[in-house]
Design a protein around this ligand. Structure first.
Ligand code: KIV
Length: 288
């Protein structure tokens, strides 16, 4: 079989992965160096999530994130990603006013920022019509149901969705209507694994889970959470694969100590003049 590990990830190739039973690995990124690490490590999908607001920009939730902030952070990610599919997350109020404005905002991710798809939270009837309009404008859309962080004021708090049978059945219906509206994948956030399993079995497009158990076609985590580059609360579904906070904190402490002790910079970190130039400078010093 041909080695396809370096071929560009596309929407058809994600579908093919689902059909072949191959899992999809996705993570978020918000800058060039991290996106490069992810891409070179073989990540299939890089989402420039509006989690940007919380993990990079220091906002309390995702509500304040603007289109301009999203575009600014998607550009370096798209420049870094040679293989992965880059998806730009439509921030709060970028798709709430009108169809025209939604399509215009989404097109910025493709035209200005270099993303190849967008993600939209929710599955209300109005949202489905917007998704259809985006697909009609040749903008591939990833859906997102379950816990949808942009609904924080509506929900009151971040907690598992679809625990009751009636809510679970609605989630299944929502995922199916998203597929009908033309999404190429659906993020399932913070829902019981039993529900994610049913949805994954019913959809022909891939499901990408976050806190949705092992049955999804793929998994996504926020990079800062899985890399331990984060000071705050971590939800149960996060597995911490590294402790960057401790590593970086240690590096900065050592730098501060060495600068204060005068041991940094050492000779190997400093430049020297050529001996003739140094002698000439000395002479000039005597004259002046
Ligand atoms: O904004 C984000 O990072 C997301 C993922 C958690 C799916 O929406």
């Amino acid at each position: 079989m041909a080695d396809t590990s370096f071929s560009k990830v596309t929407i058809p190739s994600l579908r093919a992965k689902k059909a072949a039973g191959e899992k999809i690995a996705a993570l978020t990124a918000y800058d060039y160096p991290v996106a490069r690490i992810l891409d070179e490590a073989g990540i299939d999908v890089i989402l420039v999530g509006d989690s940007l607001g919380m993990v990079v920009l220091g906002y309390e939730n995702t509500i304040p994130v603007t289109m301009d902030e999203m575009i600014h952070h998607t550009k370096p990610v798209a420049r870094a990603a040679k293989r992965a599919l880059v998806v730009g997350d439509m921030p709060y109020f970028s798709f709430h006013v009108s169809e025209r404005e939604t399509v215009r905002n989404a097109s910025r991710f493709l035209k200005e920022a270099g993303a190849r798809a967008v993600k939209v939270e929710g599955a209300s009837n109005k949202r489905l019509r917007l998704i259809e309009a985006l697909v009609e404008a040749e903008i591939p859309v990833m859906g997102h149901v379950g816990l949808t962080p942009q609904s924080i004021h509506h929900l009151g708090q971040f907690k598992v969705r679809g625990g009751a049978a009636k809510d679970a059945a609605k989630l299944v219906r929502d995922a199916l209507t998203l597929e009908k509206a033309g999404v190429f994948a659906v993020v399932l956030e913070c829902i019981p694994q039993e529900v994610a399993r049913i949805i994954t079995g019913k959809l022909s497009v891939p499901t990408i889970g976050i806190g949705a158990g092992p049955w999804c076609d793929g998994q996504i985590l926020v990079f800062h959470d899985m890399a331990g580059y984060e000071v705050g609360y971590l939800p149960k579904f996060v597995k911490k694969y590294a402790d960057l906070q401790r590593i970086l904190g240690g590096a900065v402490n050592a730098y501060v100590r060495e600068v204060r002790a005068g041991t940094f910079p050492a000779d190997e970190h400093s430049y020297h003049m050529k001996p003739e130039a140094a002698r000439e400078l000395k002479k000039l010093g005597r004259i002046s």
